[in-house]
Design a protein around this ligand. Sequence first.
Ligand SMILES: *Cc1c(COP(=O)(O)O)cnc(C)c1O
Length: 228
Amino acid sequence: MIKDNLLKIREEISRTAERSGRSPDEIDLLAVSKRIVVPKIEEAFQAGQLLFGENFVQEADEKIEKLDKAITWHFIGHLQSNKAKIAARLFHMIETVDRIKIARALNKHAGEMRKKLEILVQVNVGKEEQKSGISPENAGQFLKDLQNFEYLSVRGLMTMPPFAADPELSRPFFRSLKQLAERFTQAGYFANPDNIVLSMGMSNDFTVAIEEGSTLVRVGTAIFGSRT
Ligand SMILES: *Cc1c(COP(=O)(O)O)cnc(C)c1O
């Protein structure tokens, strides 16, 4: 069943990319495995899925050691600085960097491991008070400040728009993240300007996100079913 879901989603990603005049190779699928047990993650891995995302450092720590080393892990949850050391060790990319204190901690711990840690800046495009992410207004200065961190590789932006049952309502938020990313590319803020990562789109709105330029969709429920 997980295998069928993955197949269906990959097909939908390809179809949407082609319809939007993009190459399907430009879009990565991150399987969001928070609160999903190891055997199910294993099942997705056996079906060829190599990229997974977790929201909680301790949960990830327990699961990652039981799973194949070929898996690439992204952190997509809210990161506290007392967890930065473990996070810097466990993850290939931290998608949710939104304040200097966290960046400083990640840089320090990555440096101790002689590891260049990939990061995304999480932007709160919907300006929701309860939501993590830096405001679009402050994002430019923040990216500028991040240039000083030797062990962080700033690869792009991530966002989670306000919840909406209708995916069309997410479109303007995806579009504004893309526009921000274009501005910051011009400014030279990204480590790999020919290959910017735009992490946007989840189970219910990833096709809209791809139409608006997403290069990384984060899909949980549509792969694993509801988390209960
Ligand atoms: C849980 C989560 C997802 C996946 O959501 P689904 O609706 O299950 O696809 C994506 N991104 C983030 C940041 C999440 O916390």
